[in-house]
Design a protein around this ligand. Structure first.
Ligand code: UFG
Length: 332
């Protein structure tokens, strides 16, 4: 077996991780998912094998890495809710920063020198200029962003100190949508993301959708986000992996399309795609939310030759809607 085709994916049973595991499998990679299944689902792993384990369990991590001997690790496992990170910050510093440190120590012990890291646009905080490029100042305004930024720092310091360690950090903007063949999608017990909440409201699972804040300094007063289709993000990981394993230096890429939509615009599109005029109420701002985030995405398009295929809010909503209807049938 050519070692270059072997990869370990932490958090491969989660929403984004599972789409990447599927794409890796389709591209011919031999994948091992390491996941504690705290939020992920065993059924979402459509390629390769699963080790059920926690990143806090360093012995199991080292044993798994030693036995599988991958060329690279893709690290997704993390807590991901901005609002929750404000009310329970230590959970975020433990799951996102401390556990990442464990993983990096395990990579040093096992001499694995390549990593792709799931970072976030939340590292920018409230950017002063939009679109926000990779060089913008890093001033997270919530513990979620700070916990991810801490890991970026671990990575850059480690790479500086060791020629045999290189990494790519991918800063995701707002990931949404589902596998266009409806094999996978978001499947959490208590989803908090806007698009998922809107679609579940259209299905009657939630009584109403809340709009968190209408007094932001944006055109319609609601927050603006750069929604990126999960299948395009999965492709970005494959492109990044190829770039890293072909010997390029450590780097960081924003993952977004370079344009944004307001919460109101997303709600209108959700109503159009579902055909349901679901109830919406305007409420106070949610703590920790920046007003607008739009990716500067020149670098990923140029360096990785990344070619997104689903840069269309209607397509994002449509694929997510197909998935939500499938989930509703499953759970009925
Ligand atoms: N929103 C609502 N009602 C809801 C849910 C969300 O109005 O029921 C609003 C939020 O206030 C925000 C926007 O919709 O303005 C998007 O919120 P999400 O919860 O869908 O996503 P976030 O922007 O909070 O966070 C996501 C990811 C983070 C990532 C960030 C980067 O969860 O990992 O995008 O832009 F850092």
């Amino acid at each position: 077996m050519n070692k270059l085709t072997r990869v370990v994916v932490t958090g491969g049973a989660g929403y984004i991780g599972s789409h990447v595991v599927l794409a890796l499998g389709e591209a011919g990679y031999d994948v091992l998912t390491y996941d504690n299944l705290s939020t992920g689902n065993r059924d979402a792993i459509l390629s390769g094998e699963l080790v059920v384990g926690d990143l806090a369990d360093k012995d199991l991590l080292i044993k798994t890495l030693t036995e599988f001997n991958p060329a690279a690790v893709l690290h997704f496992a993390a807590s991901i809710e901005v609002g929750e990170s404000v009310s329970n910050p230590l959970k975020y510093y433990r799951n996102n920063s401390v556990n990442a440190l464990n993983l990096l120590e395990a990579l040093r012990v096992t001499e694995i020198g390549q990593m792709i890291f799931s970072s976030t646009a939340a590292v920018y905080g409230n950017p002063t200029q939009l679109p926000v490029t990779e060089e913008a100042s890093l001033q997270p305004i919530n513990p979620y962003g700070a916990s991810k930024l801490m890991t970026e720092r671990f990575l850059s310091d480690l790479a500086l100190a060791n020629d045999d360690f290189r990494y790519i950090a991918l800063r995701y903007f707002n990931v949404a949508g589902a596998d266009p063949e409806t094999r996978l999608g978001q499947d959490y017990a208590n989803p908090t993301h806007l698009i998922t909440r809107a679609l579940k409201t259209a299905l009657g699972i939630f009584p109403q959708l809340q709009i968190f804040g209408t007094d932001y300094p944006t055109q319609d007063g609601t927050c603006i986000r750069d929604y990126i289709h999960v299948a395009d993000l999965a492709q970005a990981h494959l492109d990044a992996l190829r770039y890293l394993t072909s010997g390029h230096s450590s780097t960081i890429f924003n993952c977004g399309y370079g344009h944004g939509f307001s919460v109101n615009a997303v709600v209108s599109m959700a109503k159009k795609v579902t055909g349901v005029d679901f109830p919406v109420v305007e409420t106070d701002r949610r703590e920790g939310d920046p007003a607008a985030l739009i990716a500067g995405c020149e670098r990923i398009r140029k360096d990785l030759d990344w070619r997104p295929r689903f840069d269309d809010l209607e397509v994002i909503l449509h694929t997510a809607w197909e998935w939500e209807k499938k989930l509703a049938t499953r759970d009925a």
